[in-house]
Write a protein that binds this ligand. Structure first.
Ligand SMILES: Cc1ncc(COP(=O)(O)O)c(C=O)c1O
Length: 398
Protein backbone atom coordinates (compact mmCIF):
# COMPACT_ATOMS: atom_id res chain seq x y z
CA UNK A 1 0.00 0.00 0.00
CA UNK A 2 2.83 2.40 0.85
CA UNK A 3 3.85 2.92 -2.76
CA UNK A 4 0.31 3.99 -3.73
CA UNK A 5 0.94 7.38 -2.14
CA UNK A 6 -2.65 8.16 -1.09
CA UNK A 7 -1.38 10.69 1.49
CA UNK A 8 -0.61 13.18 -1.24
CA UNK A 9 -4.30 13.69 -1.93
CA UNK A 10 -5.35 13.85 1.72
CA UNK A 11 -2.60 16.08 3.06
CA UNK A 12 -3.72 18.77 5.49
CA UNK A 13 -0.31 20.43 5.35
CA UNK A 14 -0.99 24.19 5.73
CA UNK A 15 0.98 24.95 2.57
CA UNK A 16 -2.04 23.87 0.52
CA UNK A 17 -5.10 25.97 -0.10
CA UNK A 18 -7.84 24.39 2.09
CA UNK A 19 -10.10 24.42 -1.00
CA UNK A 20 -8.04 21.46 -2.26
CA UNK A 21 -9.61 19.36 0.50
CA UNK A 22 -12.82 19.38 -1.56
CA UNK A 23 -11.01 17.19 -4.09
CA UNK A 24 -11.47 13.59 -2.92
CA UNK A 25 -9.08 10.66 -3.24
CA UNK A 26 -10.04 9.58 -6.77
CA UNK A 27 -11.80 6.22 -6.37
CA UNK A 28 -10.81 5.24 -9.90
CA UNK A 29 -7.09 5.86 -9.35
CA UNK A 30 -7.22 3.94 -6.07
CA UNK A 31 -8.56 0.82 -7.80
CA UNK A 32 -6.44 1.11 -10.93
CA UNK A 33 -3.27 1.70 -8.85
CA UNK A 34 -4.00 -1.36 -6.76
CA UNK A 35 -4.76 -3.40 -9.90
CA UNK A 36 -1.40 -2.37 -11.37
CA UNK A 37 0.33 -4.22 -8.50
CA UNK A 38 -1.53 -7.47 -9.34
CA UNK A 39 -1.30 -10.10 -12.07
CA UNK A 40 -4.09 -11.31 -14.34
CA UNK A 41 -6.53 -8.46 -13.72
CA UNK A 42 -9.62 -8.09 -15.93
CA UNK A 43 -10.58 -4.42 -16.15
CA UNK A 44 -14.23 -3.46 -16.14
CA UNK A 45 -13.06 -0.08 -14.92
CA UNK A 46 -12.01 1.69 -18.09
CA UNK A 47 -13.55 5.06 -18.99
CA UNK A 48 -12.32 5.33 -22.55
CA UNK A 49 -12.85 3.52 -25.87
CA UNK A 50 -10.74 0.41 -26.36
CA UNK A 51 -9.91 1.24 -30.03
CA UNK A 52 -7.45 3.88 -31.29
CA UNK A 53 -8.55 7.00 -33.18
CA UNK A 54 -9.45 6.41 -36.87
CA UNK A 55 -6.42 6.38 -39.25
CA UNK A 56 -7.38 9.61 -41.05
CA UNK A 57 -7.49 11.43 -37.69
CA UNK A 58 -4.06 10.13 -36.71
CA UNK A 59 -2.72 11.06 -40.17
CA UNK A 60 -4.08 14.61 -39.84
CA UNK A 61 -2.11 15.02 -36.59
CA UNK A 62 1.08 13.79 -38.25
CA UNK A 63 0.45 16.04 -41.27
CA UNK A 64 -0.09 19.06 -39.00
CA UNK A 65 3.16 18.37 -37.17
CA UNK A 66 5.06 17.88 -40.41
CA UNK A 67 3.62 21.12 -41.76
CA UNK A 68 5.07 22.90 -38.74
CA UNK A 69 1.75 23.47 -36.96
CA UNK A 70 3.46 23.57 -33.58
CA UNK A 71 2.63 27.09 -32.40
CA UNK A 72 -0.34 28.54 -30.49
CA UNK A 73 -3.69 28.90 -32.24
CA UNK A 74 -6.13 31.78 -31.72
CA UNK A 75 -7.34 31.77 -28.08
CA UNK A 76 -10.89 30.57 -28.86
CA UNK A 77 -9.48 27.77 -31.01
CA UNK A 78 -8.23 27.05 -34.50
CA UNK A 79 -10.62 28.98 -36.84
CA UNK A 80 -10.98 25.92 -39.12
CA UNK A 81 -12.04 23.82 -36.11
CA UNK A 82 -14.48 26.45 -34.84
CA UNK A 83 -16.10 26.54 -38.31
CA UNK A 84 -16.29 22.75 -38.48
CA UNK A 85 -17.75 22.53 -34.95
CA UNK A 86 -20.38 25.19 -35.72
CA UNK A 87 -21.50 23.29 -38.84
CA UNK A 88 -21.40 19.86 -37.18
CA UNK A 89 -23.36 20.91 -34.09
CA UNK A 90 -25.75 23.01 -36.15
CA UNK A 91 -26.59 20.05 -38.39
CA UNK A 92 -26.74 17.49 -35.61
CA UNK A 93 -29.00 19.50 -33.33
CA UNK A 94 -30.95 21.56 -35.88
CA UNK A 95 -29.85 24.92 -34.52
CA UNK A 96 -27.69 27.46 -36.32
CA UNK A 97 -24.70 28.46 -34.20
CA UNK A 98 -21.69 30.54 -35.12
CA UNK A 99 -17.99 30.03 -34.33
CA UNK A 100 -18.37 32.87 -31.77
CA UNK A 101 -20.60 30.56 -29.74
CA UNK A 102 -17.75 28.05 -29.29
CA UNK A 103 -14.58 27.76 -27.21
CA UNK A 104 -12.12 24.94 -27.96
CA UNK A 105 -10.68 23.48 -24.75
CA UNK A 106 -8.21 20.89 -23.52
CA UNK A 107 -10.75 18.06 -23.44
CA UNK A 108 -14.21 18.37 -21.96
CA UNK A 109 -12.39 18.42 -18.62
CA UNK A 110 -11.12 21.95 -19.15
CA UNK A 111 -14.55 23.07 -20.35
CA UNK A 112 -16.13 21.62 -17.17
CA UNK A 113 -13.45 23.26 -15.05
CA UNK A 114 -13.94 26.67 -16.70
CA UNK A 115 -17.73 26.53 -16.62
CA UNK A 116 -18.09 25.41 -13.01
CA UNK A 117 -15.34 27.44 -11.42
CA UNK A 118 -16.33 30.57 -13.37
CA UNK A 119 -19.87 30.50 -11.99
CA UNK A 120 -19.54 28.82 -8.59
CA UNK A 121 -19.33 31.20 -5.59
CA UNK A 122 -20.34 31.19 -1.91
CA UNK A 123 -24.10 31.19 -1.45
CA UNK A 124 -24.81 29.69 -4.86
CA UNK A 125 -26.41 26.29 -5.10
CA UNK A 126 -25.97 23.79 -7.95
CA UNK A 127 -28.38 20.94 -8.63
CA UNK A 128 -26.47 17.76 -9.51
CA UNK A 129 -27.85 14.25 -10.14
CA UNK A 130 -26.47 11.65 -7.72
CA UNK A 131 -24.58 9.60 -8.89
CA UNK A 132 -22.70 11.84 -11.33
CA UNK A 133 -19.28 12.19 -12.97
CA UNK A 134 -16.89 12.86 -10.10
CA UNK A 135 -15.54 16.26 -11.27
CA UNK A 136 -18.71 18.32 -10.82
CA UNK A 137 -19.26 18.47 -7.05
CA UNK A 138 -15.62 19.13 -6.02
CA UNK A 139 -15.23 21.91 -8.60
CA UNK A 140 -18.43 23.56 -7.39
CA UNK A 141 -17.40 23.26 -3.73
CA UNK A 142 -13.83 24.40 -4.37
CA UNK A 143 -15.14 27.87 -5.18
CA UNK A 144 -17.60 27.97 -2.28
CA UNK A 145 -20.74 26.83 -4.10
CA UNK A 146 -23.05 24.23 -2.61
CA UNK A 147 -24.24 21.00 -4.18
CA UNK A 148 -27.87 19.95 -3.98
CA UNK A 149 -27.95 16.29 -5.00
CA UNK A 150 -30.97 14.68 -6.67
CA UNK A 151 -30.64 10.92 -6.10
CA UNK A 152 -31.48 8.47 -8.89
CA UNK A 153 -31.96 4.70 -8.50
CA UNK A 154 -31.13 1.47 -10.37
CA UNK A 155 -34.74 0.25 -10.06
CA UNK A 156 -35.74 3.33 -12.06
CA UNK A 157 -32.91 2.99 -14.67
CA UNK A 158 -31.32 5.97 -12.89
CA UNK A 159 -33.75 8.30 -14.66
CA UNK A 160 -33.95 11.85 -13.37
CA UNK A 161 -37.45 13.02 -12.45
CA UNK A 162 -37.70 16.50 -14.06
CA UNK A 163 -40.36 17.59 -11.58
CA UNK A 164 -38.06 16.69 -8.68
CA UNK A 165 -35.34 18.84 -10.27
CA UNK A 166 -37.73 21.75 -10.74
CA UNK A 167 -39.04 21.40 -7.19
CA UNK A 168 -35.46 21.57 -5.90
CA UNK A 169 -34.90 25.01 -7.47
CA UNK A 170 -34.90 27.79 -4.90
CA UNK A 171 -33.73 31.38 -4.73
CA UNK A 172 -30.07 30.35 -4.30
CA UNK A 173 -30.05 27.91 -7.23
CA UNK A 174 -27.54 29.03 -9.80
CA UNK A 175 -27.31 26.12 -12.22
CA UNK A 176 -28.42 22.58 -12.97
CA UNK A 177 -25.84 20.04 -14.13
CA UNK A 178 -26.96 17.45 -16.67
CA UNK A 179 -24.94 14.56 -18.12
CA UNK A 180 -26.81 12.43 -20.63
CA UNK A 181 -25.73 9.75 -21.49
CA UNK A 182 -24.44 9.56 -17.95
CA UNK A 183 -21.17 8.43 -16.50
CA UNK A 184 -21.53 6.32 -14.30
CA UNK A 185 -25.08 5.08 -15.06
CA UNK A 186 -25.33 5.03 -18.89
CA UNK A 187 -28.78 6.62 -18.52
CA UNK A 188 -30.10 8.72 -21.41
CA UNK A 189 -32.71 11.31 -20.50
CA UNK A 190 -35.81 11.41 -22.71
CA UNK A 191 -36.54 14.59 -24.64
CA UNK A 192 -39.43 15.51 -22.30
CA UNK A 193 -37.05 15.49 -19.31
CA UNK A 194 -34.42 17.67 -20.98
CA UNK A 195 -36.97 20.09 -22.45
CA UNK A 196 -38.83 20.49 -19.18
CA UNK A 197 -35.63 21.21 -17.22
CA UNK A 198 -34.07 23.50 -19.83
CA UNK A 199 -37.24 25.53 -20.32
CA UNK A 200 -37.93 25.93 -16.60
CA UNK A 201 -34.29 26.90 -15.96
CA UNK A 202 -34.43 29.57 -18.67
CA UNK A 203 -37.71 30.88 -17.25
CA UNK A 204 -36.15 31.15 -13.78
CA UNK A 205 -32.93 32.67 -15.15
CA UNK A 206 -30.61 29.85 -14.08
CA UNK A 207 -28.07 27.98 -16.15
CA UNK A 208 -28.15 24.41 -17.42
CA UNK A 209 -24.60 23.11 -17.78
CA UNK A 210 -24.80 19.98 -19.90
CA UNK A 211 -21.93 17.51 -20.27
CA UNK A 212 -22.60 15.64 -23.52
CA UNK A 213 -19.32 13.79 -24.12
CA UNK A 214 -21.17 10.52 -24.84
CA UNK A 215 -23.70 12.13 -27.20
CA UNK A 216 -23.11 9.63 -30.03
CA UNK A 217 -23.05 6.54 -27.83
CA UNK A 218 -26.81 6.09 -27.63
CA UNK A 219 -28.48 2.76 -28.42
CA UNK A 220 -31.85 2.64 -30.21
CA UNK A 221 -33.09 5.90 -28.82
CA UNK A 222 -33.64 9.50 -29.75
CA UNK A 223 -30.90 11.68 -28.29
CA UNK A 224 -32.05 14.98 -26.79
CA UNK A 225 -29.00 17.24 -26.77
CA UNK A 226 -29.62 20.51 -24.92
CA UNK A 227 -28.90 22.45 -28.12
CA UNK A 228 -32.01 20.85 -29.62
CA UNK A 229 -34.16 21.61 -26.54
CA UNK A 230 -33.39 25.26 -25.68
CA UNK A 231 -35.06 28.30 -27.21
CA UNK A 232 -31.84 30.37 -27.07
CA UNK A 233 -28.31 30.05 -25.71
CA UNK A 234 -28.73 32.60 -22.91
CA UNK A 235 -28.96 30.05 -20.09
CA UNK A 236 -27.09 27.01 -21.37
CA UNK A 237 -23.51 25.80 -21.56
CA UNK A 238 -23.02 22.64 -23.58
CA UNK A 239 -19.80 20.71 -23.20
CA UNK A 240 -18.47 17.91 -25.36
CA UNK A 241 -15.25 16.50 -26.79
CA UNK A 242 -13.62 14.17 -29.28
CA UNK A 243 -12.53 11.78 -26.50
CA UNK A 244 -15.27 9.14 -26.62
CA UNK A 245 -16.90 9.21 -30.08
CA UNK A 246 -13.61 9.56 -31.97
CA UNK A 247 -11.38 7.62 -29.51
CA UNK A 248 -9.25 10.74 -29.05
CA UNK A 249 -9.16 10.87 -25.22
CA UNK A 250 -5.38 11.29 -25.08
CA UNK A 251 -5.42 14.03 -27.72
CA UNK A 252 -7.31 16.30 -25.28
CA UNK A 253 -9.62 18.36 -27.48
CA UNK A 254 -13.06 19.41 -26.26
CA UNK A 255 -15.38 22.37 -26.63
CA UNK A 256 -17.97 24.50 -24.91
CA UNK A 257 -20.99 26.06 -26.62
CA UNK A 258 -22.73 29.05 -25.03
CA UNK A 259 -23.96 32.57 -25.79
CA UNK A 260 -21.38 34.85 -27.40
CA UNK A 261 -21.21 36.91 -24.19
CA UNK A 262 -20.45 33.84 -22.08
CA UNK A 263 -17.84 32.64 -24.57
CA UNK A 264 -16.07 36.03 -24.46
CA UNK A 265 -15.81 35.76 -20.64
CA UNK A 266 -14.67 32.15 -20.73
CA UNK A 267 -12.10 32.92 -23.45
CA UNK A 268 -10.31 35.26 -21.05
CA UNK A 269 -10.39 32.65 -18.30
CA UNK A 270 -9.14 29.99 -20.75
CA UNK A 271 -6.14 32.23 -21.58
CA UNK A 272 -5.26 32.21 -17.89
CA UNK A 273 -5.56 28.42 -17.51
CA UNK A 274 -4.33 26.55 -20.59
CA UNK A 275 -3.87 29.44 -23.13
CA UNK A 276 -5.00 27.29 -26.10
CA UNK A 277 -5.67 23.62 -26.80
CA UNK A 278 -3.04 21.42 -28.47
CA UNK A 279 -2.57 22.70 -32.05
CA UNK A 280 -1.88 19.51 -34.08
CA UNK A 281 -4.73 17.75 -32.28
CA UNK A 282 -7.09 20.60 -33.20
CA UNK A 283 -6.24 19.78 -36.83
CA UNK A 284 -7.06 16.16 -36.00
CA UNK A 285 -10.44 17.42 -34.77
CA UNK A 286 -11.04 19.13 -38.14
CA UNK A 287 -10.27 15.81 -39.90
CA UNK A 288 -12.58 13.94 -37.50
CA UNK A 289 -15.51 16.24 -38.31
CA UNK A 290 -14.85 16.76 -42.02
CA UNK A 291 -13.74 13.19 -42.80
CA UNK A 292 -15.61 9.89 -43.01
CA UNK A 293 -17.77 9.41 -39.91
CA UNK A 294 -19.36 6.12 -40.95
CA UNK A 295 -17.23 4.22 -38.40
CA UNK A 296 -19.43 5.73 -35.66
CA UNK A 297 -22.28 3.42 -36.79
CA UNK A 298 -19.98 0.42 -36.27
CA UNK A 299 -18.84 1.44 -32.81
CA UNK A 300 -22.44 1.98 -31.76
CA UNK A 301 -23.38 -1.56 -32.81
CA UNK A 302 -20.26 -2.97 -31.09
CA UNK A 303 -21.09 -1.22 -27.81
CA UNK A 304 -24.73 -2.22 -28.06
CA UNK A 305 -23.84 -5.92 -28.40
CA UNK A 306 -21.53 -5.62 -25.38
CA UNK A 307 -24.21 -3.79 -23.42
CA UNK A 308 -26.75 -6.52 -24.18
CA UNK A 309 -24.36 -9.28 -23.06
CA UNK A 310 -23.42 -7.40 -19.88
CA UNK A 311 -27.08 -6.84 -18.98
CA UNK A 312 -27.69 -10.64 -19.33
CA UNK A 313 -24.69 -11.47 -17.16
CA UNK A 314 -25.66 -8.98 -14.45
CA UNK A 315 -29.15 -10.53 -14.42
CA UNK A 316 -27.53 -13.91 -13.71
CA UNK A 317 -25.40 -12.52 -10.86
CA UNK A 318 -26.67 -12.90 -7.30
CA UNK A 319 -27.04 -9.65 -5.32
CA UNK A 320 -26.68 -7.34 -8.34
CA UNK A 321 -29.70 -5.32 -9.46
CA UNK A 322 -29.17 -4.18 -13.03
CA UNK A 323 -31.23 -2.39 -15.68
CA UNK A 324 -30.79 -1.59 -19.36
CA UNK A 325 -28.62 1.52 -19.81
CA UNK A 326 -29.32 3.32 -23.10
CA UNK A 327 -25.96 4.99 -23.66
CA UNK A 328 -22.26 5.53 -22.90
CA UNK A 329 -20.42 2.32 -21.90
CA UNK A 330 -21.36 1.90 -18.25
CA UNK A 331 -23.79 -0.01 -16.09
CA UNK A 332 -24.22 0.93 -12.44
CA UNK A 333 -25.90 -2.02 -10.73
CA UNK A 334 -26.93 -1.86 -7.08
CA UNK A 335 -25.92 -4.30 -4.35
CA UNK A 336 -28.47 -4.87 -1.57
CA UNK A 337 -29.25 -1.77 0.52
CA UNK A 338 -26.60 -1.16 3.19
CA UNK A 339 -23.85 -3.23 1.51
CA UNK A 340 -20.61 -1.26 1.26
CA UNK A 341 -19.76 -1.10 -2.46
CA UNK A 342 -16.27 0.08 -1.67
CA UNK A 343 -15.49 -3.10 0.28
CA UNK A 344 -17.10 -5.23 -2.41
CA UNK A 345 -15.08 -3.58 -5.20
CA UNK A 346 -11.83 -3.99 -3.21
CA UNK A 347 -12.54 -7.61 -2.30
CA UNK A 348 -13.63 -8.43 -5.85
CA UNK A 349 -10.33 -7.07 -7.11
CA UNK A 350 -8.19 -8.78 -4.49
CA UNK A 351 -10.03 -12.11 -4.51
CA UNK A 352 -11.00 -12.49 -8.20
CA UNK A 353 -8.78 -10.00 -10.07
CA UNK A 354 -11.79 -8.17 -11.58
CA UNK A 355 -11.49 -4.40 -11.36
CA UNK A 356 -14.72 -2.40 -11.07
CA UNK A 357 -15.23 1.04 -9.50
CA UNK A 358 -17.09 1.58 -6.22
CA UNK A 359 -20.30 3.61 -6.39
CA UNK A 360 -19.23 6.13 -3.75
CA UNK A 361 -16.73 7.54 -6.27
CA UNK A 362 -19.73 9.15 -7.96
CA UNK A 363 -21.84 10.54 -5.15
CA UNK A 364 -23.42 10.08 -1.78
CA UNK A 365 -26.55 8.03 -2.37
CA UNK A 366 -24.95 5.10 -4.16
CA UNK A 367 -22.53 3.56 -1.70
CA UNK A 368 -24.02 0.15 -2.46
CA UNK A 369 -23.32 0.31 -6.21
CA UNK A 370 -20.52 -0.70 -8.58
CA UNK A 371 -19.64 0.92 -11.90
CA UNK A 372 -19.01 -1.65 -14.59
CA UNK A 373 -17.54 -0.43 -17.88
CA UNK A 374 -18.08 -2.33 -21.11
CA UNK A 375 -15.38 -0.49 -23.05
CA UNK A 376 -13.79 -3.91 -23.46
CA UNK A 377 -14.46 -7.03 -25.57
CA UNK A 378 -17.39 -9.42 -24.97
CA UNK A 379 -14.77 -12.09 -24.37
CA UNK A 380 -13.24 -10.10 -21.48
CA UNK A 381 -16.70 -9.30 -20.08
CA UNK A 382 -17.60 -13.02 -20.10
CA UNK A 383 -14.28 -14.00 -18.51
CA UNK A 384 -14.85 -11.41 -15.77
CA UNK A 385 -18.31 -12.80 -14.96
CA UNK A 386 -16.94 -16.36 -14.85
CA UNK A 387 -15.12 -15.03 -11.78
CA UNK A 388 -17.75 -12.62 -10.41
CA UNK A 389 -20.76 -14.99 -10.39
CA UNK A 390 -19.19 -17.81 -8.29
CA UNK A 391 -17.69 -15.18 -5.95
CA UNK A 392 -21.08 -13.53 -5.41
CA UNK A 393 -22.70 -16.93 -4.84
CA UNK A 394 -20.41 -17.38 -1.82
CA UNK A 395 -21.29 -14.02 -0.22
CA UNK A 396 -23.73 -13.53 2.60
CA UNK A 397 -24.97 -9.96 2.39
CA UNK A 398 -28.02 -10.68 4.55
C1 LIG B 1 -19.13 12.46 -18.20
C2 LIG B 1 -17.74 12.81 -18.58
N1 LIG B 1 -17.43 14.09 -18.83
C3 LIG B 1 -16.19 14.46 -19.17
C4 LIG B 1 -15.18 13.53 -19.30
C5 LIG B 1 -13.81 14.00 -19.67
O1 LIG B 1 -13.71 14.06 -21.06
P1 LIG B 1 -12.38 14.60 -21.77
O2 LIG B 1 -11.50 13.40 -22.03
O3 LIG B 1 -12.87 15.17 -23.06
O4 LIG B 1 -11.74 15.59 -20.90
C6 LIG B 1 -15.45 12.18 -19.06
C7 LIG B 1 -14.37 11.19 -19.13
O5 LIG B 1 -14.48 10.07 -18.70
C8 LIG B 1 -16.76 11.82 -18.69
O6 LIG B 1 -17.07 10.54 -18.45
Amino acid sequence: MSRLDFDFYESEDPVWNPALLTIPVPGIRKMVNLASTMDDVIHLSIGQPDAPAPPHVIQATVDALEAGQTGYTMDAGLPELLEALAEYNGERYGRAISPENILVTTGATEAIYLALTAVSAPGREFIVPDPAFMLYAPLIRMNGGEVRYIPTRAENNHQLDPQEVIDAIDTNTHAIILNSPSNPTGTVYPRETVEMIVQEAAYRGIYVISDEVYDHLVYDRDYAGVLSCCSDLDHVMIISSFSKTFSMAGMRIGWLIASQGAIRKLRRYHMFTTTVANTPCQWAGVAALRGDRSFIRDIISTYKARRDRLVQLVEQTPFLEGYVPDGAFYLFPALPEGVNGNNVALRLLRETGVCTIAGDTFGESCRNALRISYATSIDQIERAFERIIPWMEKQDFG
